[in-house]
Ligand binder design. Structure first.
Ligand code: PRP
Ligand code: URA
Length: 210
């Protein structure tokens, strides 16, 4: 499991995460922080993109340099809270396509309920990065990846900001082939399925629906 989970402990991420967790941080700043952390996580999650050589002319001389090989990416946020991560990742990979999976967690059963799915038509030729700030019980992310796998993308990675140990265990058991990136692994889940210490309800904090 260790190799399947990358925890990004970069100081910039840890600093931003502190303000993200703070209950006194308002929606405007919260959205900005989610976007910035997503961008920094994306930097790591795209580390293995293959390069190819190209030749250009600088003002001084011809140079053989590198560009990303024609590999195609798709980002798939889990609605709603995953939407908060889209701007940040698109700022690094503007040509990526964006699909959407709508899931909400039933507050009584804590089980995810699917209500929407729209994926790029050429997803079978794309590498997919699934986005959701919170991996709590793991139910939503496990179901989202199961849904996406039915369309046979070339590969799938999952990017979240905060994960609970319970969610990581469930996710890595359900999808041992999916690399997981996060900024923190917290302590535990409380009796309502919230991550402790966490940051509260990510969707409500992003969209101001508290
Ligand atoms: C949150 C979060 C994840 C899910 C995590 O979404 O964004 O999708 O909970 O919990 P799990 O790992 O236990 O499934 P929520 O259901 O609150 O929906 P929302 O984003 O629409 O508010
Ligand atoms: N969903 C959230 O938004 N926060 C949690 O702590 C758990 C699930």
């Amino acid at each position: 499991m260790e190799n399947q989970v990358v925890v990004m402990r970069h100081p910039l991420i840890q600093h931003k995460l502190t303000y993200l967790r703070d209950k006194n941080t308002g929606s405007k700043e919260f959205r900005q922080l989610v976007s910035e952390i997503a961008m920094l996580l994306c930097y790591e999650a795209t580390r293995d993109l293959p390069l190819e050589e190209t030749t250009i002319e600088t003002p001084v001389a011809k140079a053989t340099t590198k560009v990303i090989a024609g590999r195609k990416l798709a980002f798939i946020p889990i609605l709603r809270a995953g939407l908060g991560m889209v701007d940040g990742v698109l700022s690094l990979v503007p040509a990526a396509k964006v699909g959407h999976i709508g899931l909400y967690r039933d507050p009584k059963t804590l089980k995810p309920v699917e209500y929407y799915s729209k994926l790029p038509h050429d997803i079978d030729q794309r590498d997919v990065i699934v986005l959701d700030p919170m991996l709590a019980t793991g139910g939503s992310s496990i179901d989202a990846v199961t849904i996406i796998k039915r369309s046979h993308p070339k590969s799938i990675k999952f990017m979240c900001i905060i994960a609970a140990p319970e969610g990581i265990k469930a996710f890595t058991e359900a999808h041992p082939d999916v690399q997981l990136y996060c900024a923190a692994i917290d302590d535990h889940l409380n009796e309502h399925g919230y991550i402790v210490p966490g940051l509260g309800d990510a969707g409500d904090r992003i969209f101001g629906t508290l």
